[in-house]
Design a protein around this ligand. Structure first.
Ligand SMILES: Cc1ncc(COP(=O)(O)O)c(C=O)c1O
Length: 404
Protein backbone atom coordinates (compact mmCIF):
# COMPACT_ATOMS: atom_id res chain seq x y z
CA UNK A 1 0.00 0.00 0.00
CA UNK A 2 1.51 3.33 -1.07
CA UNK A 3 -0.09 5.81 1.33
CA UNK A 4 1.83 8.79 -0.08
CA UNK A 5 0.53 8.10 -3.56
CA UNK A 6 -3.07 8.06 -2.33
CA UNK A 7 -2.66 11.37 -0.49
CA UNK A 8 -0.93 12.95 -3.49
CA UNK A 9 -3.66 11.77 -5.84
CA UNK A 10 -6.30 13.31 -3.54
CA UNK A 11 -4.56 16.69 -3.65
CA UNK A 12 -3.89 16.42 -7.41
CA UNK A 13 -7.63 15.98 -8.01
CA UNK A 14 -8.26 19.33 -6.33
CA UNK A 15 -5.57 21.05 -8.42
CA UNK A 16 -7.01 19.53 -11.60
CA UNK A 17 -10.48 20.88 -10.76
CA UNK A 18 -9.03 24.30 -9.89
CA UNK A 19 -10.32 24.13 -6.33
CA UNK A 20 -7.17 23.52 -4.33
CA UNK A 21 -7.49 25.88 -1.37
CA UNK A 22 -4.82 28.46 -0.60
CA UNK A 23 -5.13 30.18 2.78
CA UNK A 24 -4.13 33.83 2.62
CA UNK A 25 -1.78 34.93 5.41
CA UNK A 26 -3.11 38.17 6.91
CA UNK A 27 -3.12 40.29 10.07
CA UNK A 28 -5.95 42.70 10.70
CA UNK A 29 -5.05 46.14 11.99
CA UNK A 30 -6.78 46.62 15.32
CA UNK A 31 -9.26 49.49 15.24
CA UNK A 32 -8.79 50.04 11.50
CA UNK A 33 -10.92 47.27 10.01
CA UNK A 34 -11.31 46.51 7.05
CA UNK A 35 -7.63 47.42 6.64
CA UNK A 36 -5.20 44.57 7.14
CA UNK A 37 -1.69 43.44 6.24
CA UNK A 38 -1.06 40.58 3.89
CA UNK A 39 2.05 38.39 4.06
CA UNK A 40 1.11 36.28 1.09
CA UNK A 41 3.59 36.18 -1.79
CA UNK A 42 5.60 39.17 -0.54
CA UNK A 43 8.75 39.75 1.40
CA UNK A 44 7.09 42.13 3.79
CA UNK A 45 3.50 42.93 4.76
CA UNK A 46 1.37 44.68 2.15
CA UNK A 47 -1.71 46.77 3.05
CA UNK A 48 -4.98 45.27 1.86
CA UNK A 49 -8.72 45.81 2.28
CA UNK A 50 -10.69 42.80 3.51
CA UNK A 51 -13.98 42.18 1.67
CA UNK A 52 -14.84 38.63 2.68
CA UNK A 53 -14.79 38.59 6.46
CA UNK A 54 -17.72 37.26 8.47
CA UNK A 55 -16.87 39.72 11.22
CA UNK A 56 -19.83 41.37 9.57
CA UNK A 57 -20.24 44.35 11.91
CA UNK A 58 -16.56 44.73 12.86
CA UNK A 59 -17.46 43.81 16.45
CA UNK A 60 -14.17 41.91 16.68
CA UNK A 61 -12.58 45.37 16.67
CA UNK A 62 -15.08 47.10 18.95
CA UNK A 63 -13.50 48.82 21.98
CA UNK A 64 -16.14 47.39 24.36
CA UNK A 65 -15.39 43.86 23.19
CA UNK A 66 -11.64 44.29 23.37
CA UNK A 67 -11.69 45.83 26.83
CA UNK A 68 -14.08 43.15 28.16
CA UNK A 69 -11.66 40.50 26.91
CA UNK A 70 -8.64 42.27 28.37
CA UNK A 71 -10.40 42.63 31.70
CA UNK A 72 -11.42 38.97 31.79
CA UNK A 73 -7.91 37.87 30.91
CA UNK A 74 -6.49 39.92 33.75
CA UNK A 75 -9.19 38.88 36.23
CA UNK A 76 -9.46 35.14 35.68
CA UNK A 77 -6.65 34.08 33.32
CA UNK A 78 -6.57 32.51 29.89
CA UNK A 79 -8.53 29.27 29.79
CA UNK A 80 -11.61 27.83 31.48
CA UNK A 81 -9.66 24.91 32.89
CA UNK A 82 -12.15 22.17 32.15
CA UNK A 83 -15.41 20.89 30.75
CA UNK A 84 -18.61 22.55 31.90
CA UNK A 85 -19.12 19.64 34.30
CA UNK A 86 -15.61 19.55 35.69
CA UNK A 87 -14.37 22.99 36.66
CA UNK A 88 -15.09 24.88 33.45
CA UNK A 89 -18.50 26.38 34.28
CA UNK A 90 -17.57 30.01 34.89
CA UNK A 91 -19.89 32.81 35.84
CA UNK A 92 -19.19 34.36 32.39
CA UNK A 93 -20.68 31.27 30.69
CA UNK A 94 -23.82 31.45 32.82
CA UNK A 95 -24.29 35.16 32.19
CA UNK A 96 -23.85 34.78 28.43
CA UNK A 97 -26.34 31.92 28.28
CA UNK A 98 -28.89 34.06 30.11
CA UNK A 99 -28.25 36.94 27.73
CA UNK A 100 -28.67 34.69 24.66
CA UNK A 101 -31.85 33.08 26.00
CA UNK A 102 -33.24 36.61 26.46
CA UNK A 103 -32.12 37.64 22.98
CA UNK A 104 -34.28 34.91 21.43
CA UNK A 105 -37.13 35.02 23.96
CA UNK A 106 -36.40 31.46 25.14
CA UNK A 107 -36.12 29.95 28.63
CA UNK A 108 -32.52 28.83 28.29
CA UNK A 109 -29.45 28.71 26.09
CA UNK A 110 -26.39 26.50 25.86
CA UNK A 111 -22.88 27.44 24.70
CA UNK A 112 -20.67 25.30 22.47
CA UNK A 113 -17.13 25.82 21.22
CA UNK A 114 -18.38 26.79 17.74
CA UNK A 115 -21.48 27.09 15.62
CA UNK A 116 -20.37 23.95 13.80
CA UNK A 117 -20.25 21.98 17.03
CA UNK A 118 -23.61 23.35 18.20
CA UNK A 119 -25.32 22.10 15.02
CA UNK A 120 -23.57 18.75 14.96
CA UNK A 121 -24.01 18.06 18.68
CA UNK A 122 -27.62 19.22 18.95
CA UNK A 123 -29.05 17.65 15.81
CA UNK A 124 -27.30 14.32 16.34
CA UNK A 125 -28.40 14.12 19.97
CA UNK A 126 -31.96 15.28 19.46
CA UNK A 127 -32.67 12.80 16.70
CA UNK A 128 -31.15 9.95 18.70
CA UNK A 129 -33.34 10.79 21.72
CA UNK A 130 -36.56 10.89 19.67
CA UNK A 131 -37.41 7.30 18.70
CA UNK A 132 -37.72 6.84 14.93
CA UNK A 133 -37.25 10.56 14.29
CA UNK A 134 -37.19 11.77 10.67
CA UNK A 135 -35.32 15.00 9.92
CA UNK A 136 -36.53 17.20 7.07
CA UNK A 137 -33.54 19.17 5.85
CA UNK A 138 -33.30 22.06 3.36
CA UNK A 139 -31.04 21.01 0.46
CA UNK A 140 -28.74 24.01 1.04
CA UNK A 141 -28.22 23.42 4.76
CA UNK A 142 -24.70 23.97 6.05
CA UNK A 143 -22.21 21.10 6.34
CA UNK A 144 -22.46 21.20 10.16
CA UNK A 145 -26.20 20.48 10.08
CA UNK A 146 -25.65 17.71 7.55
CA UNK A 147 -22.96 16.24 9.81
CA UNK A 148 -25.34 16.33 12.80
CA UNK A 149 -28.11 14.66 10.81
CA UNK A 150 -25.72 11.96 9.57
CA UNK A 151 -24.27 11.38 13.01
CA UNK A 152 -27.75 10.90 14.47
CA UNK A 153 -28.19 7.87 12.21
CA UNK A 154 -31.84 8.84 11.73
CA UNK A 155 -33.86 8.91 8.52
CA UNK A 156 -33.73 12.14 6.58
CA UNK A 157 -35.73 13.74 3.82
CA UNK A 158 -34.19 16.60 1.84
CA UNK A 159 -36.57 19.28 0.59
CA UNK A 160 -35.82 21.63 -2.30
CA UNK A 161 -34.35 24.90 -1.13
CA UNK A 162 -36.98 27.10 0.58
CA UNK A 163 -39.71 25.10 -1.20
CA UNK A 164 -42.59 24.77 1.30
CA UNK A 165 -44.75 22.82 -1.15
CA UNK A 166 -42.07 20.17 -1.48
CA UNK A 167 -41.59 20.15 2.29
CA UNK A 168 -45.32 19.60 2.77
CA UNK A 169 -45.31 16.72 0.27
CA UNK A 170 -42.53 15.03 2.23
CA UNK A 171 -44.19 15.65 5.62
CA UNK A 172 -47.57 14.40 4.43
CA UNK A 173 -46.03 11.15 3.16
CA UNK A 174 -44.90 10.09 6.64
CA UNK A 175 -46.72 8.37 9.51
CA UNK A 176 -48.33 11.12 11.64
CA UNK A 177 -47.14 9.36 14.80
CA UNK A 178 -43.44 9.45 13.93
CA UNK A 179 -41.39 12.29 15.53
CA UNK A 180 -40.34 14.89 12.97
CA UNK A 181 -37.85 17.74 12.97
CA UNK A 182 -37.51 20.42 10.27
CA UNK A 183 -33.95 21.81 10.06
CA UNK A 184 -33.27 24.97 8.06
CA UNK A 185 -31.38 28.28 8.02
CA UNK A 186 -32.70 31.84 8.08
CA UNK A 187 -30.11 33.60 5.88
CA UNK A 188 -28.34 31.28 3.44
CA UNK A 189 -24.80 32.54 3.42
CA UNK A 190 -23.73 31.84 -0.14
CA UNK A 191 -26.87 32.99 -2.00
CA UNK A 192 -27.94 35.62 0.55
CA UNK A 193 -31.61 34.61 0.45
CA UNK A 194 -33.98 34.15 3.39
CA UNK A 195 -36.19 31.25 4.50
CA UNK A 196 -40.00 31.60 4.75
CA UNK A 197 -39.95 30.98 8.49
CA UNK A 198 -43.67 31.46 9.17
CA UNK A 199 -44.70 29.19 6.31
CA UNK A 200 -42.35 26.48 7.59
CA UNK A 201 -43.69 26.91 11.13
CA UNK A 202 -47.25 26.60 9.76
CA UNK A 203 -46.28 23.20 8.34
CA UNK A 204 -44.59 22.24 11.58
CA UNK A 205 -47.84 23.03 13.42
CA UNK A 206 -49.93 21.13 10.89
CA UNK A 207 -47.73 18.00 10.95
CA UNK A 208 -46.71 18.21 14.60
CA UNK A 209 -43.00 18.64 13.82
CA UNK A 210 -40.26 20.34 15.84
CA UNK A 211 -38.26 23.13 14.16
CA UNK A 212 -34.53 23.88 14.23
CA UNK A 213 -33.39 27.21 12.78
CA UNK A 214 -29.74 28.07 12.10
CA UNK A 215 -29.44 31.87 12.43
CA UNK A 216 -25.65 31.92 12.10
CA UNK A 217 -25.68 34.52 9.29
CA UNK A 218 -28.42 36.63 10.89
CA UNK A 219 -27.81 36.98 14.63
CA UNK A 220 -26.57 40.43 15.58
CA UNK A 221 -27.63 41.76 12.17
CA UNK A 222 -31.43 41.47 11.94
CA UNK A 223 -34.20 42.29 14.39
CA UNK A 224 -34.37 45.33 16.66
CA UNK A 225 -32.03 43.66 19.18
CA UNK A 226 -29.98 41.47 16.84
CA UNK A 227 -32.08 38.36 17.50
CA UNK A 228 -31.93 37.48 13.79
CA UNK A 229 -34.58 37.02 11.13
CA UNK A 230 -36.79 35.20 13.65
CA UNK A 231 -36.87 38.39 15.72
CA UNK A 232 -37.38 40.61 12.66
CA UNK A 233 -40.25 38.43 11.42
CA UNK A 234 -41.68 37.91 14.93
CA UNK A 235 -41.33 34.16 14.60
CA UNK A 236 -38.96 33.29 17.47
CA UNK A 237 -41.71 31.97 19.74
CA UNK A 238 -42.85 29.55 17.02
CA UNK A 239 -39.44 27.90 16.67
CA UNK A 240 -38.38 24.99 18.89
CA UNK A 241 -34.64 25.65 18.73
CA UNK A 242 -32.70 28.67 17.46
CA UNK A 243 -28.99 28.20 16.83
CA UNK A 244 -26.38 30.90 16.37
CA UNK A 245 -22.68 31.70 16.34
CA UNK A 246 -20.60 34.13 18.35
CA UNK A 247 -17.92 34.10 15.65
CA UNK A 248 -19.51 36.15 12.89
CA UNK A 249 -21.55 39.31 13.60
CA UNK A 250 -20.71 39.06 17.31
CA UNK A 251 -17.05 39.10 16.28
CA UNK A 252 -15.57 36.57 18.72
CA UNK A 253 -15.92 32.76 18.74
CA UNK A 254 -18.30 30.04 19.91
CA UNK A 255 -21.79 28.79 19.16
CA UNK A 256 -25.06 28.28 20.99
CA UNK A 257 -28.63 27.07 20.94
CA UNK A 258 -31.63 28.68 22.64
CA UNK A 259 -34.79 26.70 23.47
CA UNK A 260 -37.12 25.55 26.25
CA UNK A 261 -35.44 24.59 29.47
CA UNK A 262 -36.30 20.89 29.01
CA UNK A 263 -34.61 20.67 25.60
CA UNK A 264 -31.54 22.51 26.83
CA UNK A 265 -31.37 20.12 29.77
CA UNK A 266 -31.48 17.12 27.41
CA UNK A 267 -28.73 18.45 25.12
CA UNK A 268 -26.61 19.51 28.10
CA UNK A 269 -26.96 16.02 29.54
CA UNK A 270 -26.63 13.83 26.43
CA UNK A 271 -24.61 15.62 23.69
CA UNK A 272 -21.00 14.34 23.57
CA UNK A 273 -19.95 17.46 21.64
CA UNK A 274 -21.02 19.54 24.63
CA UNK A 275 -20.00 17.22 27.47
CA UNK A 276 -16.56 15.94 26.53
CA UNK A 277 -14.70 19.12 25.63
CA UNK A 278 -13.09 22.03 27.44
CA UNK A 279 -15.54 24.91 27.67
CA UNK A 280 -14.88 28.18 25.85
CA UNK A 281 -12.21 30.40 27.36
CA UNK A 282 -13.81 32.97 29.71
CA UNK A 283 -11.91 35.60 27.72
CA UNK A 284 -13.90 34.69 24.60
CA UNK A 285 -17.13 34.48 26.58
CA UNK A 286 -16.58 37.91 28.12
CA UNK A 287 -15.97 39.41 24.67
CA UNK A 288 -19.07 37.74 23.23
CA UNK A 289 -21.13 38.93 26.21
CA UNK A 290 -20.03 42.54 25.62
CA UNK A 291 -20.81 42.20 21.92
CA UNK A 292 -24.29 40.66 22.38
CA UNK A 293 -25.16 43.30 24.99
CA UNK A 294 -23.94 46.13 22.78
CA UNK A 295 -25.84 44.94 19.70
CA UNK A 296 -29.01 44.46 21.75
CA UNK A 297 -29.18 48.19 22.32
CA UNK A 298 -27.36 49.63 19.29
CA UNK A 299 -28.73 49.54 15.73
CA UNK A 300 -26.03 51.78 14.28
CA UNK A 301 -23.90 48.83 13.11
CA UNK A 302 -26.89 47.02 11.56
CA UNK A 303 -27.99 50.15 9.71
CA UNK A 304 -24.44 50.85 8.51
CA UNK A 305 -24.15 47.31 7.17
CA UNK A 306 -27.46 47.44 5.31
CA UNK A 307 -26.54 50.81 3.77
CA UNK A 308 -23.11 49.50 2.70
CA UNK A 309 -24.62 46.36 1.13
CA UNK A 310 -27.19 48.42 -0.79
CA UNK A 311 -24.49 50.77 -2.10
CA UNK A 312 -22.19 47.96 -3.21
CA UNK A 313 -25.01 46.10 -4.97
CA UNK A 314 -25.98 49.30 -6.77
CA UNK A 315 -22.37 50.07 -7.84
CA UNK A 316 -21.82 46.51 -9.11
CA UNK A 317 -25.09 46.53 -10.97
CA UNK A 318 -24.48 49.96 -12.56
CA UNK A 319 -21.05 48.73 -13.68
CA UNK A 320 -22.62 45.72 -15.41
CA UNK A 321 -21.03 43.18 -13.05
CA UNK A 322 -22.99 39.91 -12.52
CA UNK A 323 -24.14 40.64 -8.98
CA UNK A 324 -26.61 38.08 -7.65
CA UNK A 325 -29.96 39.35 -6.51
CA UNK A 326 -30.07 39.15 -2.70
CA UNK A 327 -32.24 40.79 -0.04
CA UNK A 328 -29.56 40.59 2.62
CA UNK A 329 -26.10 41.91 3.51
CA UNK A 330 -24.38 39.26 1.35
CA UNK A 331 -23.21 40.44 -2.08
CA UNK A 332 -22.14 37.55 -4.35
CA UNK A 333 -20.70 38.05 -7.85
CA UNK A 334 -21.29 35.01 -10.04
CA UNK A 335 -18.26 33.69 -11.94
CA UNK A 336 -19.35 30.12 -12.69
CA UNK A 337 -15.87 28.65 -13.04
CA UNK A 338 -13.41 27.69 -10.26
CA UNK A 339 -10.24 28.55 -12.20
CA UNK A 340 -11.53 31.99 -13.19
CA UNK A 341 -12.82 32.71 -9.68
CA UNK A 342 -9.37 31.94 -8.26
CA UNK A 343 -7.65 33.97 -10.99
CA UNK A 344 -9.80 37.03 -10.27
CA UNK A 345 -9.19 36.69 -6.55
CA UNK A 346 -5.41 36.39 -7.11
CA UNK A 347 -5.37 39.47 -9.38
CA UNK A 348 -7.40 41.50 -6.90
CA UNK A 349 -4.98 40.68 -4.10
CA UNK A 350 -1.72 41.04 -6.01
CA UNK A 351 -2.57 44.12 -8.07
CA UNK A 352 -5.28 46.00 -6.19
CA UNK A 353 -4.79 45.11 -2.51
CA UNK A 354 -8.31 43.67 -2.39
CA UNK A 355 -8.86 40.47 -0.46
CA UNK A 356 -11.87 38.35 -1.42
CA UNK A 357 -11.67 34.58 -1.27
CA UNK A 358 -13.09 32.56 -4.21
CA UNK A 359 -15.98 30.29 -3.19
CA UNK A 360 -15.83 26.86 -4.80
CA UNK A 361 -17.39 23.40 -4.55
CA UNK A 362 -18.32 21.89 -2.10
CA UNK A 363 -19.27 25.19 -0.41
CA UNK A 364 -21.38 25.99 -3.51
CA UNK A 365 -22.51 23.65 -6.35
CA UNK A 366 -20.10 23.18 -9.26
CA UNK A 367 -20.65 25.75 -12.02
CA UNK A 368 -21.80 28.41 -9.52
CA UNK A 369 -18.35 29.42 -8.24
CA UNK A 370 -18.40 33.01 -7.10
CA UNK A 371 -16.78 35.86 -5.21
CA UNK A 372 -18.68 36.67 -2.04
CA UNK A 373 -18.41 40.22 -0.72
CA UNK A 374 -19.51 41.12 2.79
CA UNK A 375 -19.48 44.91 3.09
CA UNK A 376 -20.03 46.24 6.58
CA UNK A 377 -20.36 49.52 8.43
CA UNK A 378 -16.60 50.18 8.10
CA UNK A 379 -16.43 49.88 4.30
CA UNK A 380 -16.89 53.42 2.96
CA UNK A 381 -18.12 54.49 -0.46
CA UNK A 382 -14.63 55.41 -1.73
CA UNK A 383 -13.46 51.83 -1.00
CA UNK A 384 -16.50 50.48 -2.83
CA UNK A 385 -15.84 52.66 -5.87
CA UNK A 386 -12.19 51.53 -5.96
CA UNK A 387 -13.32 47.92 -5.69
CA UNK A 388 -15.85 48.32 -8.51
CA UNK A 389 -13.24 49.94 -10.77
CA UNK A 390 -10.79 47.10 -10.06
CA UNK A 391 -13.41 44.47 -10.85
CA UNK A 392 -14.46 46.15 -14.08
CA UNK A 393 -10.82 46.31 -15.20
CA UNK A 394 -10.32 42.62 -14.44
CA UNK A 395 -13.60 41.62 -16.08
CA UNK A 396 -12.46 43.43 -19.23
CA UNK A 397 -8.92 42.04 -19.14
CA UNK A 398 -10.19 38.47 -18.80
CA UNK A 399 -12.93 39.14 -21.35
CA UNK A 400 -15.53 37.84 -18.96
CA UNK A 401 -18.33 40.01 -20.31
CA UNK A 402 -18.03 38.28 -23.69
CA UNK A 403 -18.04 34.89 -22.02
CA UNK A 404 -21.23 35.75 -20.11
C1 LIG B 1 -24.96 28.27 8.18
C2 LIG B 1 -23.80 28.01 9.06
N1 LIG B 1 -24.01 27.34 10.22
C3 LIG B 1 -23.00 27.08 11.05
C4 LIG B 1 -21.71 27.50 10.79
C5 LIG B 1 -20.62 27.21 11.75
O1 LIG B 1 -20.42 28.31 12.59
P1 LIG B 1 -18.99 28.55 13.26
O2 LIG B 1 -18.16 29.25 12.25
O3 LIG B 1 -19.28 29.33 14.49
O4 LIG B 1 -18.45 27.18 13.57
C6 LIG B 1 -21.44 28.21 9.62
C7 LIG B 1 -20.05 28.69 9.34
O5 LIG B 1 -19.67 29.18 8.36
C8 LIG B 1 -22.52 28.47 8.73
O6 LIG B 1 -22.31 29.13 7.58
Amino acid sequence: MNYDQIFEAAIDRLHAEGRYRVFIDILRNKGAYPNARCFHGHNGPKPITVWCSNDYLAMGQHPKVISAMEEALHNVGAGSGGTRNIGGNTHYHIELEQELAGLHGKDSALLFTSGYVSNDATLSTLARILPGCIIFSDELNHASMIAGIRNSGCEKRVFRHNDVEHLEELLAAEDPNVPKLIAFESVYSMDGDVAPIHAICDLADKYNALTYLDEVHAVGMYGAHGGGISERDEAASRLTIIEGTLGKAFGVMGGYIAADQKIIDVIRSYAPGFIFTTSLSPVLVAGALASVRHLKQSSEEREGQQAAAATLKRLFSEAGLPVMDTTTHIVPLMVGDPVKAKRISDMLLAEYGVYVQPINFPTVPRGTERLRFTPGPSHDEAMMRDLTTALVEIWDRLELRKAA
